[in-house]
Write a new protein. Sequence first.
Length: 356
Amino acid sequence: MTTIHDPASRGFASDNYSGIHPEVLEAIGAANGGHQGAYGGDLYTARLQEVMAHHFGEGVEAYPMFNGTGANVVGLQSMLPRWGAVVTAATAHIHVDEGGAPERVAGIKLLTVPTGDGKLTPELIDREAWGWGDEHRAQPLVVSITQSTELGTLYTVDEIAAIADHAHGLGMRVHLDGARISNAAASLGVPLRAFTRDAGVDVLSFGGTKNGAMLGEAIVVLNPEASEGLTYLRKFDMQLASKMRFVSAQLIALLDGDLWLRNASHSNAMAQRLRAGIEDGLDSGSIQGVAFTQPTQANGIFATLPDGVADRLRTEFAFYDWDAAQNEVRWMCSFDTSENDIDALVAAVARETSAA
């Protein structure tokens, strides 16, 4: 097949825009050939269980999925009865960016809490964690947090542990949306299990697509008592891959070594380079009118721009408005973002803000 896009093109719209990391692509090829059992009855999916146990501890169960929405929906569905509800941040992906799938597909009521930084606290959880035994209210039985958050911020290990302790004390379980879990671990400098299983998280969605996979996430059950029926729900919700070995092989490629950490560390470093470049420009006066709206703790940068600047920049670089009414934009860095990409964007911001 003839390549019909420019392989040298780069943007900052999403880490989903990037291609497949060469080592992941090689792993897909290595898993090809011959016959293997379908629907997870293959050697690669069995190996994935061992790899996940290495990172999260013995006794965990990994269920490969097609995508992050599927992992979140099916994982939460396995944690709740029909009358259950989930307390989550108003900015959470499950609320804002999954097309209502948790509510439409899984039948889960979402109880959302406004936050300034995308992070829940025990006190914020309490705003919606009430009404148990009231037949007129969906029962709040799960807290769902995102790491790193949709605003690019991070929970510390202690913050997640405090949430889990509080939730468990209320009889609730804790779900973690880890679409960018690798970026969080790289930034915090701790093992994956430190802010998940060891901190009291019960079930998580492990993200691979945003960190170099072609497609592939996994539900990882850290506390088997908190989840049931995943074997059936995954099929019921159309997330059971017949040729699962190719999903599992990608996750093995990321996790059976340090590729997950290398990729995440690089994208985080590029985000820091972008922020530092703009801050230097603001200090020198070569960049004007730009303000950051969130700390840069993972691979995303959130900033406001002068009127008209975002649209002019988008003639060269793809990126999204986050809050168009406030001229707030989001720039995302990926495993293949280069220093030259960053420097080109910084130079363009300087040129366009000076013109503004």
